[in-house]
Design a protein around this ligand. Structure first.
Ligand code: LLP
Length: 430
């Protein structure tokens, strides 16, 4: 018998009853039964909705939204975004090949990262990416040399480290002077002058990225003001840039009741700063496009109540979702399909089977659980699967995309033999 099937319609597409949760019209229990758990499920509708909110916020401004591929690099999601005309922010040769496979226009790709290798730069030049976001003098020289060899003029932006406090977790803060990213403002000014003398480089823009999961807008405004000061100074010296790339970083609401700034609020704050300038705005959102679109489904293997703590051991672990272990991130965990009704709620730590104390997905959650209960971890679309590993020789989870009420496998669950497929025993050397 089902307990109180009260329906709550969440903003978007999520319909929760006390017993059953649906993702875009497909019951979580059906998805778990069909594809197994742990399972990442993505809602195409939510992703496209988040994309649209950026588009609407930026309407009337010359702009390019370059999705930060690192947040979730599944080809199925990249394809959806490429079909919308998205640009992409990449940080490796691997991400470049992914976006090309997904149908991206190379001219809409920007290449970030503090350590680009020669082969990555060469390939990016050959396919004609839109911009190299250069992070050091050494990289500028490296890029200049490779571009000269290839006889291709490289489009360049210099990543400035504006030294602003993003007020976020220290591991995901990037715009302070002690962080490894970008170059300080004064040094950037000198680098632009140096770059202007290299015939194999074309100076097209300036960029920054101050951190991730920002819930306040002031740091973005601070950073942009500092960068525009540099843009004006360069212009007075005859170096005219075409774009300013403000990076990504807009946070999302992980906890119920948490307020996240909407793209519209964000753009309303930065639009006035750009009003009198003929600069195209580039942004590199990752999390704010894909986090809400993703759910991690996991089943309770067994319950381990005790005098000090109650543990619910589930089949997903830190190798599937490392954010709680790495950043003490709080992720929303709910019962998606109770299996056994009428269970009293208790305080549980939701932990995985990995042999580490740090292997937890949530602590002190009041939930009604039984062995076999299906749980859903929300806002798992960003830095979830993308940061997963095979630690403890665990197969990586499958990924499913729900589109128009239809669920489609977009990454198969790894098989045991995939775990050692690339390993070689002495006898295999022949
Ligand atoms: N652009 C650059 C140059 C970046 O380094 C990043 C993220 C982004 C854009 C996208 O930022 P977003 O809009 O997603 O905040 N694994 C961490 C987040 C690391 C972010 C790294 N850089 C987490 O799970 O919270």
């Amino acid at each position: 018998m089902l307990r109180n099937r009260r329906c709550i319609t969440m903003p978007g597409e999520l319909v929760v009853t006390t017993e059953i949760l649906e993702i875009d019209g497909v019951a979580a229990g059906t998805l778990a039964a069909r594809f197994g758990t742990p399972l990442y499920v993505y809602s195409a509708r939510t992703l496209l909705d988040r994309w649209q909110s950026y588009r609407e916020a930026l309407a009337g401004m010359e702009h390019q939204i370059c999705y930060a591929v690192k947040a979730n690099s599944n080809l199925g999601l990249l394809r959806l975004l490429a079909e919308q005309g998205a640009g992409f922010d990449i940080v490796s040769g691997g991400e470049l090949e992914r976006v090309l496979l997904a149908g991206a226009k190379p001219g809409r790709v920007v290449f970030s990262g503090v350590g680009k290798q020669d082969w990555e730069i060469r390939r990016a030049l050959q396919v004609g990416i839109g911009c190299f976001n250069v992070e050091s003098e050494a990289e500028l020289v490296q890029l200049g040399c490779i571009a000269a060899q290839e006889q291709i003029v490289a489009p360049v932006s210099i990543r400035v480290n504006p030294d602003v406090d993003a007020q976020t977790h220290p591991h995901i803060s990037t715009g302070l002077k002690e962080n490894k990213f970008g170059v300080p403002l004064q040094a950037a000014h000198e680098l632009y002058q140096q770059a202007a003398r290299l015939p194999s480089l074309r100076l097209v823009g300036v960029d920054c990225h101050i951190g991730s999961q920002l819930l306040t807008l002031d740091p973005f405004v601070d950073a942009l003001e500092r960068i525009l000061h540099l843009v004006d100074r360069l212009e007075a010296e005859g170096i005219r840039l075409e774009h300013v790339d403000v990076g990504g970083g807009l946070g999302i609401a992980y906890r119920p009741g948490e307020q996240s700034p909407a793209p519209r609020h964000y753009v309303d704050r930065i639009r006035p700063l750009l009003a009198d300038r003929k600069l195209k705005l580039i942004c590199e959102p990752g999390r704010s496009l894909v986090a809400d679109a993703g759910y991690l489904l996991t089943r309770v293997i067994l319950l381990k109540p005790g005098p000090f703590k109650n543990f619910a051991v589930v089949d997903a672990a830190m190798n599937d979702l490392i954010r709680p272990a790495l950043y003490e991130a709080w992720m929303n965990i709910e019962v998606a399909d109770a299996i056994v009704p009428e269970v009293q709620p208790l305080l549980w730590d939701i932990v995985g089977p990995v042999c580490e104390t740090g292997d937890f997905l949530g602590k002190d959650r009041v939930l009604s659980l039984a062995a076999g209960s299906l749980l859903v971890i929300r806002q798992a679309g960003a830095y979830g699967f993308a940061m997963s590993s095979q630690y403890n020789s665990r197969c990586r989870a499958a990924e499913v995309l729900v589109e128009d009420g239809q669920a489609r496998l977009i990454r198969a669950r790894e098989r045991l033999e995939d775990l050692w497929a690339l390993e070689l025993l002495p006898e295999e050397h022949g």
